[in-house]
Every structure is written in structure tokens, then in C-alpha cells.
Design a protein around this ligand. Sequence first.
Ligand code: SF4
Length: 257
Amino acid sequence: MPTEDLAALEGKTAEQIIAWIGQNYAGGAALASSFGVEDMVLIDMIARVAPSITIFSLDTGRLPEETYRLMDAARERYHLPIQVYYPNTAAVERMTTEKGLNLFYGSVEARKECCRVRKVEPLGRALHGKKAWITGLRREQSQARGTVAKGDVDADHGGMLKFSPLADWTEAMVWEYVRAHEVPYSELHDRGFPSIGCAPCTRAVAPGEDMRSGRWWWEQGTKECGLHEHAAPAAAQSALRPADSFPAPAGPAPLPR
Ligand code: SF4
């Protein structure tokens, strides 16, 4: 897909983008869901306008019980399969034997190792063979996500396409959609968790605090786990990539007008 088409997505609504992805990529595109409220909005849109899009989640083994309950509630509500990917057993056994169960509190490096084993490696498997993935990233969520594009080339995953249809949504818009469509959401949001992650690494935040401040709260700096390490747009760099490395589908339909 030419970079100008990716840029054109900025003028499209989330629902238009989801419908367009469904028409052009179907099972070749996948939503990565952590079952935060943004992901629930996207699941609802997929169910309504593009049910052929794959939905998957990464079960790190350390998720809160509330997330498991919501996964099953979503499955029942939408009647869509949700693929769950797990970390490599041997890698988890090696890591916890050598460094302990709660190694992430020990150092940033140890935390990143845990995220790498429990999230990043399974994400790679989940995206294998896909042409595009979809995320619930919003620019308002943090400074690091402030320039997220609705359509981008993901250099971290072999140049596949990465869509963030809610990039320009405010938190108010998200909750307005949830109320209007009666979308199920995590009980944790009502208890002050704006961001949903692993139980030992996520806590509630005070009103007015940064939305990502409850994640790895003992660390300073950027609060990312490696799934969205380079959240800023990379499409401009794609112009420098060899044309044959770009996995565009044959004959995509024009973007909705
Ligand atoms: S968020 Fe915490 S428990 Fe989850 S993978 Fe990362 S370090 Fe490990």
C-alpha cells in the first residue's frame, strides 16, 4: 500500500477503517486485544462490520482474573473466536528458575526480559503469516503515543501494516461508544485502572494522573512493554524500504470516501 494511502486513513472514521481492513485483508489482519476498553470498542466494531478479522490475545500467565472473565464475556456476547497465545513453556521455566517469579521488580532489564518472554515472543507467533495488525492505541494515552498514525508500516514486525483506528479518539469518545453500543468492559476500569495489563505490573491511578502511570509504576520513563516500542509513525521510513519487502495485498479496494 502506498504511503499516501496510509496517510489518507487519517481522514477516515474508525468504523470505516475496520470495514476497509475486513474487505481487503480479512483473515490476513488481526486485532491484538489486551481487553482494555479500546480493544473492546474494536471488537464490537469488528463484530458489526468485519467479522472475518482475526482477534487474538496474549495470555502472559500473569493476567488479572477480571481479564479472563471479560474474555469469556466477549466470546459469549460476540460469538467470535478469540485466539489465545501463551509464552513458550521452556523459556518461562528457565527465566523463573534463574531469576524468580517476580523478577520484574528487580530491574528494568529483568522487567523487559519478562515482557519479552511472556508478550513479545508470543506476539511474533500470533502475527506470523499476517499482513496487518490492529491495535487500540490512542494518541492521548501517553507522550510516547502522541504521534501514533491510523495506518503505518511496522518496521519491528517485518514491514507489515499496523492500524490504530482509534488513534485520534479521546477517552470521552471511547466511553460514549461503550455506552451507546452497550459494550462489555473490564471491571478494573471502574476501579481506577485506565490501562489493563498483567496483575503484578498494573495498578489504579489517581484522577488526573497520566493514563500509563499505573503500568510498571516503580520505573521512570517510557511505559511500554515492547509490543509498541516504536509507537511513532514509521511510514515515512517505508519509502526507503525495498519494494519487494512490502507485503501489500493484490488490488486493495479504494479507501471509503
Ligand atoms: S507486564 Fe509484568 S508480568 Fe507481564 S510480561 Fe511484563 S514484566 Fe512480566
